[in-house]
Design a protein around this ligand. Structure first.
Ligand code: NAP
Length: 249
């Protein structure tokens, strides 16, 4: 048996300056990927690169405001040849339909849906040309579980779930695997800022009776870019602790 030397893959992780994206960047770097870490905050970006480098990995930081289509395209250009794209950057606003402004609706769709669309459009053709690559989209259980607030956010993530399946049919035949991870509530900078102490309450409704940790999402992303998941393409893995039965107990 010949063992081929491992090739370093380049992973672009959007929203790597906090929460789930940061955990994904650390996990993929520890796994041997060269990480192009994206975010807006240069201080937290530099701190992440320092942490990865200190642990023996390699990374660089690229900043871009993904609410802006031009900056999303510039991010793809700055990232260069990418083998793994993790579309993680996102915002969530849990407001009613009449309480959601056109600006808020547009911002959520620009960051959560349009930016991944532009990044895949710019980077997946190169992966297809090289005959291999991975895209992992971080969606949300809000994409599939209706709720009286957060409809615009859920819709922006439902669009990404449809795109995950579409992109798998578009690029899958060329050797690119495109999947998603749909988390339930996870303890991050974003959810902590939004919910404060109520964050623990969010976990009470699932079968594990707790909220998730960013590392529990990062490990699924790692699985989806490994040969261990070679038969998985165009699907979304749900990580929400398990739904309770809706039947009367
Ligand atoms: N946490 C949860 O419970 C949960 C559940 C389901 C799905 N998700 C999804 O998981 C992803 C990450 O969530 P999180 O809770 O980890 O988020 P978070 O802690 O709020 O961090 C958000 C990340 O996205 C970046 N970001 C936000 N707006 C941006 C913009 N306009 N341009 C570029 N980058 C921007 C932030 O960068 P800077 O900080 O540098 O600005 C940061 O790195 C999101 O897509 C979210 O919808 C989260």
């Amino acid at each position: 048996m010949t063992i081929a030397p491992a090739r370093t893959l380049t992973a672009l992780v959007t929203g790597a300056t906090a929460g789930i994206g940061r955990a994904v960047a650390l996990r993929l770097a520890a796994d041997g990927s060269h990480v192009v870490a994206h975010g807006r905050d240069p201080e937290r970006g530099a701190q992440l690169v320092k942490e990865i480098t200190a642990a023996g990995g390699t990374a660089r930081f690229v900043t871009a405001d993904l609410a802006n289509a031009g900056e999303a395209r510039a991010l793809a250009a700055a990232a260069g040849k990418v083998d793994i794209l993790v579309n993680n950057a996102g915002i969530y606003t849990f407001t009613s339909t009449p309480g959601t402004s056109a600006e808020s609706f547009d911002e959520q769709f620009a960051i959560n849906t349009r930016a991944p669309f532009l990044l895949v459009g710019a980077l997946a053709p190169g992966m297809a040309e090289r005959g291999h690559g991975f895209v992992v989209n971080i969606t949300s259980t809000a994409a599939t579980s209706p709720a009286p607030i957060g409809g615009a956010y859920g819709a922006s993530k439902a669009a990404i779930e449809l795109l995950t399946r579409s992109w798998a049919t578009e690029f899958g035949p060329s050797g690119v695997r495109i999947n998603g991870v749909s988390p339930g509530p996870v303890r991050t900078a974003g959810t902590t800022a939004m919910l404060g102490e109520n964050i623990e309450m969010m976990g009470k409704v699932n079968l594990r009776e707790r909220i998730g940790e960013p590392e529990e999402i990062a490990s699924i992303v790692q699985f989806l870019i490994h040969a261990d998941s070679s038969y998985i393409n165009g699907t979304v893995i749900v990580a929400n602790g398990g739904e309770r039965s809706t039947l009367p107990q």
